[in-house]
Design a protein around this ligand. Structure first.
Ligand code: LCS
Length: 407
C-alpha cells in the first residue's frame, strides 16, 4: 500500500509547480503580487504530481549513485529496450523492433526536432484543438505554419470532426499531424473505431504522424489505451512518443522514448540529435518499467477516486459547471461558461480570488474559452481545499463544505 495522502513539501526543490507559475501562467516576474503568499496557493496547474515517485525508482537511482561515476552516457544496453518493450507488450499488446527506439530528453524537445526534420519551410503542422500549447510552439519554434481542427464538444465528451480533419489534411502543404492519444486537455482515450477512421485519413493523405502517447499509462481503470501503431502496423511515416515522466512523476528526469519507424528519418535523427542521456534517468526509467506496475495500479485507483470526488463535489456546489470524468490523464477539463463572460481570464481570476493556480482558456491554443483545467494528481485533502476555494470564488457562497456532504 502506498500513501498517496501524504503531503510533501516541494519548496526549495526548484519545482516549476511552486516557483515557475508567474512566468508560465502569467508571463510575469516575481514583482507580480497576489493576496496570497506563494505557499498558500493550491497548485493545480503544471502536469506533474504531488506524489512521491515509486520506491523502486528511488532505490534504483541510489544504486546507480553508488557506482560513483557519471560520465557521458547513452542507452547502450539492450536491457532498457527489454524493460520498455515488455511494458508495451504486457499493457498494450504492442511491440516494435529495438532499432526503432531512440531516446530524447523529453517528448517536447523531440517534437521541436521532428517538426524541423519532417516539414519543409513552407509545409504545415496539423493538430486538434483545444491542444497542449507545445504542439503549437513546436511549429512556431521552427517557423512552420500550423492548422487546427477543432474537436466537437458533445456535452463534455469530445469527438474528432473527421470531415474537417480530412479537409485540412488534404491540403498538399500540410504534411505532419501531431496527434495526442490520450488527449490533453480533454482526457479522451481514442477508441478503436475513431483510430481506424483517423488511420484511413492519414493513409489517404500520406501524412506523417507523431502520436504523442505520453499520458497512455494514466487511464481510468475502465479504459484501454490503444497505440496508433497497433492500428497502423505497417505505416512507415509514424512516430510514437511514450515516457515515464507523467506515469511515474519523473518529468524532471528528462527521459523519453521515441519510436521512429522510417529508416531515413531515424538516420536524420541519429545524425543531428545531441544523443546523450542522464545516467540517473536511465536507471529510474528502467526500474519504473521493470518493477513500477504495482505502484501505478494503486495510483490509478487513487486518481479514479479523485475524479469521482470532483464530479460529486462540482455537481453539488457548482451545478452549472460542465464536467465529465476524463478517460485518461490526471487532468480535469471543466466548462465554466455558465458562470463567466467569454473574455474572462480564468487563471487570473482563480489565482486572485481563490488562491488556486490552474490553467485555462487560451493557454490551450484555441477553442478553449470558458474552460479550466485542474490537475487532480494531489492528496485528497489538497483536492478538497482546491475545489472548495474554486466553488466559493465562483458562487460567493461560503457555507461550509463538508467532505461527507460531497461524497
Ligand atoms: N506531450 C503532452 C501531450 C504533454 O501533456 C506533456 C506535458 C508533454 C508532452 C511534455 O513532455 P516532456 O517534454 O516533459 O517529456 N504536459 C504538461 C502540461 O499539460 N502542463 O505541464 C506539462
Amino acid at each position: 500500500m502506498y500513501n498517496f495522502d501524504e503531503i510533501i513539501d516541494r519548496r526549495n526543490t526548484n519545482a516549476m509547480s511552486t516557483d515557475g507559475f508567474r512566468a508560465y501562467i502569467f508571463h510575469a516576474d516575481e514583482t507580480m503580487k497576489f493576496p496570497w503568499k506563494d505557499e498558500e496557493f493550491i497548485r493545480m496547474w503544471v502536469a506533474d504530481m504531488e506524489f512521491a515517485a515509486p520506491d523502486v525508482v528511488t532505490d534504483a537511482v541510489k544504486e546507480r549513485l553508488d557506482k560513483r561515476i557519471f560520465g557521458y552516457t547513452r542507452v547502450f544496453c539492450g536491457e532498457y529496450y527489454e524493460a520498455f518493450v515488455s511494458w508495451c507488450r504486457r499493457r498494450y499488446g504492442w511491440e516494435f523492433p529495438q532499432k526503432e527506439l531512440v531516446m530524447s530528453n523529453g517528448v517536447i524537445p523531440a517534437l521541436y526536432e521532428l517538426v524541423d526534420y519532417i516539414c519543409k519551410a513552407d509545409e504545415k503542422v496539423l493538430f486538434l484543438t483545444p491542444s497542449y500549447a507545445y504542439f503549437k510552439y513546436a511549429a512556431d519554434h521552427n517557423r512552420r505554419e500550423y492548422v487546427c481542427s477543432d474537436l466537437i464538444d458533445q456535452e463534455g465528451r469530445y469527438a474528432i470532426d473527421f470531415e474537417d480533419l480530412e479537409q485540412k489534411a488534404s491540403d498538399g502543404k500540410t504534411t505532419l499531424l501531431i496527434f495526442c492519444n490520450p488527449h490533453n486537455p480533454t482526457g479522451r482515450v481514442w477508441k478503436k473505431d475513431e483510430l481506424k477512421k483517423l488511420a484511413a485519413i492519414i493513409e489517404k493523405t500520406g501524412l506523417w504522424v507523431i502520436s504523442d502517447e505520453i499520458h497512455c499509462d494514466l487511464t481510468r481503470q475502465n479504459q484501454t489505451h490503444i497505440p496508433l501503431g497497433k492500428i497502423m502496423p505497417e505505416y512507415p511515416k509514424l512516430i510514437t512518443c511514450m515516457a515515464p515522466s507523467k506515469t511515474f512523476n519523473l518529468a524532471g528526469m528528462m527521459i523519453s522514448n521515441i519510436i521512429i519507424r522510417d529508416d531515413g528519418l531515424r538516420e536524420i535523427w541519429l545524425s543531428r540529435h545531441y544523443n546523450f542521456d542522464n545516467p540517473l534517468s536511465i536507471a529510474a526509467s528502467q526500474a519504473a518499467y521493470t518493477s513500477g506496475e504495482p505502484w501505478l495500479k494503486e495510483l490509478c485507483a487513487y486518481l479514479d477516486e479523485n475524479f469521482r470526488f470532483t464530479k460529486t463535489f462540482l455537481a453539488k456546489h457548482l451545478p452549472k459547471a460542465g464536467f465529465s470524468i476524463s478517460e485518461a490523464t490526471y487532468l480535469a477539463w471543466v466548462n465554466l461558461k455558465a458562470y463567466f463572460n467569454e473574455n474572462e481570464n480564468l487563471p487570473e481570476f482563480f489565482a486572485y480570488k481563490a488562491g488556486v493556480l490552474l490553467e485555462g482558456g487560451n493557454m490551450f491554443v484555441r477553442h478553449a474559452d470558458g474552460y479550466i483545467r485542474l490537475n487532480l494528481a494531489c492528496p485528497r485533502a489538497v483536492l478538497e481545499e482546491g475545489l472548495r476555494r474554486i466553488c466559493t470564488a465562483v458562487t460567493g457562497n461560503t457555507t461550509k463544505y463538508i467532505i461527507a456532504d460531497a461524497v
